[in-house]
Write a protein that binds this ligand. Structure first.
Ligand SMILES: NC(=O)c1ccc[n+]([C@@H]2O[C@H](COP(=O)([O-])OP(=O)(O)OC[C@H]3O[C@@H](n4cnc5c(N)ncnc54)[C@H](OP(=O)(O)O)[C@@H]3O)[C@@H](O)[C@H]2O)c1
Length: 342
């Protein structure tokens, strides 16, 4: 056992030294591109791929240790990383209906090995999700999560950690614009009310960022392992009206500013991920005007051909997500891949 411990420690040291060496090499040439098997890539993307490979080596050490039943306890990060699923693990928050539900459907249908964790406020009433559960029982988990209740966010993170130990994708798809008899988007400053401002901020900005906070350790472990990407992705569904530079119409003060807050918080998180060299890229997405419950009361002025189906919009957004790179971290994209000004 003494020799095993020494060998294990030596292995960890080699992996750590390898990571440090690669880090120094890449940090010396930040703007260079390198040719790899899949074409010319930035140094940052290559570095992330290398980190994934080193992570894999570390996981193999842990697997070996598990097989011979090592008596000492492994760090949680490593012990959970071994329950790896081919196809990766994605989480969609706000999955009961609309764009979120469509994300779950397409993630399950387009990747026949991927696992999906769908969260919503009321799982028993989420009929669309329950139908998908009947069809994809093995690969879909449904958990309760209300953005306004911290304990539900923590419990969802714990469930994902216990079952998988990591995440490769987090989509924050929830959002509110109007609620019958409670919330209406303002047409003038005179209609602004404290309650509606705070409710919009809580659901559209505060909640999604707290979800990222709790899923962060899982995303760090997951990175792109098991997927075709080199990184984990956090995709926050924002809205073009959240752009301050693009604000020409005014109105919708609460919703608009809550999405601007989401954008700023997401950008801030993205900067931190990059600074800590976490294998995560964090993007904001505008889905276009999509035919869902959220847009229904406001569809009459939408120009012909500009009201998208959920299927079309999510297909476009998934293509941006699947191609996300380190250089996309902290950027705000529309459904067609065009960058939106802040
Ligand atoms: N549709 C559009 O044209 C459009 C345009 C630009 C941006 N967006 C953005 O796209 C995202 C999805 O919108 P959508 O059109 O799919 O809207 P939707 O059909 O109204 O769905 C909204 C989702 O948010 C969930 N939600 C609301 N409050 C929540 C809370 N406190 N905790 C957890 N989940 C909560 C809802 O769950 P319940 O079923 O429990 O209410 C529902 O799943 C939103 O962020 C929206 O701002 C939409």
């Amino acid at each position: 056992m003494k020799y095993y411990c020494i060998a294990f420690g030596f292995g960890i040291l080699v992996v750590w030294m390898g990571q440090k060496g690669e880090e120094q090499k890449f940090n010396s040439y930040p703007n260079w591109k390198v040719k790899s098997s899949d074409g010319w890539n930035s140094i940052a993307d290559e570095r992330n791929k290398m980190m994934m490979k080193l992570n894999f080596v570390a996981q193999q050490w842990v697997l070996m240790g598990r097989r011979i039943q090592t008596p000492f306890s492994m760090p949680r990060m490593f012990s959970s990383a071994i329950k790896q699923c081919e196809g990766g693990v994605s989480m969609v928050q706000g999955a009961s209906r609309g764009i979120g539900l469509e994300f779950v459907r397409q993630l399950l249908e387009k990747n026949n090995k991927g696992h999906v964790v769908a969260t919503c406020r009321n799982p028993n009433g989420a009929n669309g999700l329950l139908e998908l559960k009947n069809k994809f029982a093995e690969r879909l988990d449904i958990h309760q999560l209300d953005l306004t209740v911290d304990s539900t966010i923590e419990a969802a993170a714990k469930s994902v950690e216990d079952k998988y130990g990591y995440l490769n994708l987090l989509v924050n798809a929830s959002g509110i614009l109007s609620i019958p008899n409670t919330l209406q988007p303002e047409t003038t400053l005179n209609k602004l009310q404290r309650d509606s401002l705070l409710l919009n901020y809580e659901v559209n900005a505060v909640g999604p960022i707290l979800v990222i906070k709790h899923m962060w350790p899982l995303l760090k472990v997951g990175g792109g392992t098991g997927t075709e990407r080199s990184l984990a992705v956090v995709a926050n569904i924002s809205a073009r009206v959240g752009s301050i530079g693009d604000n020409r119409l005014g109105g919708w003060h609460s919703y608009r500013s809550s999405k601007s807050a989401l954008n700023q918080l997401t950008k801030t998180v993205a900067v931190e991920f990059a600074r800590k060299k976490d294998p995560i890229t964090c993007i904001l997405l505008h889905p276009g005007t999509v035919d869902t419950d959220l847009s229904k009361p406001f569809q009459k002025n939408v120009p012909e051909g500009k009201l998208f189906t959920k299927e079309f919009s999510v297909q476009k957004l998934l293509s941006i997500i699947n191609n996300a790179k380190a250089s996309d971290n902290g950027r705000f994209f529309a459904w067609d891949g065009q960058e939106i000004p802040w």
